[in-house]
Design a protein around this ligand. Sequence first.
Ligand code: FMN
Length: 426
Amino acid sequence: MDRDPLAQPLALRPGIVLRNRIAKSAMSEQLGGASHEATPELARLYRAWSDGGAGLLITGNVMVDGRALGEPGNVVVEDERHLDALRAWSSSAGDTPIWMQINHPGRQIPRAVGKEPVAPSAVPMAGLGTVFAKPRALLDREIREIIERFATTAMIAEKARFKGVQIHAAHGYLISQFLSPRTNLRTDRWGGAIEARMRFLMEIIRAIKSAVSSRFAIGVKLNSADFQRGAFSEEESIAVVQAIEAEGIDLLEISGGTYERTVWSRAPKRESTRAREAYFLDYVEKVRDKTRLLLMLTGGFRTADAMRSALVSRAVDVVGLARPLAAEPDLPTRILEGRADAALPVKLRMGITRIDDLIEATWYQRQIRELASGRPARPTAGRLFALQGIARFVTGGRSLRSVPHGSTDASSADRGGERALGSAST
Ligand SMILES: Cc1cc2nc3c(=O)[nH]c(=O)nc-3n(C[C@H](O)[C@H](O)[C@H](O)COP(=O)(O)O)c2cc1C
């Protein structure tokens, strides 16, 4: 399989080389300790993922501010207090590079997790008011402070020997809130035309670049669009890609959607897209002609054929996989060695979006927990596997001290469990 496009190394720039084209995309592990430090479970989990053969591992979102959590079990990096624990995590994957995804949730802080969410403007989450409180608009001074926080977290990540960071600018979190005209109604230098709405992201990239060395990689995860009327559009996304290119980063990952529209994890209805698997492939093909940035695409890839043809067509440089690697951490190796040609099908959905999202999210979160405990994942488990997790949580058990990712149904919040159930991370 020497000529396998998936097996080809990729030089992001001199000295930063991925050994193959499969990356594990971010999945919030919710395995932070009592002080939001990295735990031995995280190290065990990333050892399993590095053994599984992906060329790059991107962590679940790590928060830049301990007052702004997206979920109860987030790791927070805002000072050097837990540097040793971070080093144990960063060294768990041997030669495989781990990039820390860094994030601020903005208004996507579930009520059960934080009291006063902040955002570019005081725009509440549409239809999700029971789960998410109305945010307060940030002051100019606070915006600058958050930019500095991103830079500090990246600097500490390098000191802790992570090989890079990925800035989470997708999925409706704070940076994505700045980008969208639906959530950014500001009339100062941070709002208005797309050039102003993207200023927050550009200043974060600049601040990080001046805080880290040239050996440290910088990636961005960006929405192709928010998929909502009047929100961040495909045209605006392309303008942001070109501006990011002008700043210079190492890898741009494409996704889509927000908590109000969780399209990053759902098969689209269009037949043509279903056949090609990857949800945002059409967008990537469009943007490819307009940028020289290296592109990673995540969302929907399940068969080796679809992954290879996305690479061969030159639409993408790196294939991102998230859910398949929670259930089958060794899938990259089996694909690269020709022992597998697809992820096992996971059929959990019944057609009731909110409930399906909750079950699916809990199912994957439980798989991650199995791996973190040193047990094998259970890719053929059914809905019961998720329901047991939810039941144990509701009755106060320890198995789900987390928030099911990708579900905006937090109706069980505060009903017990080791930690409050909040919402979903992306
Ligand atoms: C349990 C879980 C946690 C996730 N956490 C994050 C996250 O922290 N940051 C992020 O950018 N995306 C997150 N995602 C979204 C994935 O990175 C990915 O975009 C999405 O699952 C689609 O890719 P897939 O079809 O390969 O799963 C998460 C997804 C799942 C299932």
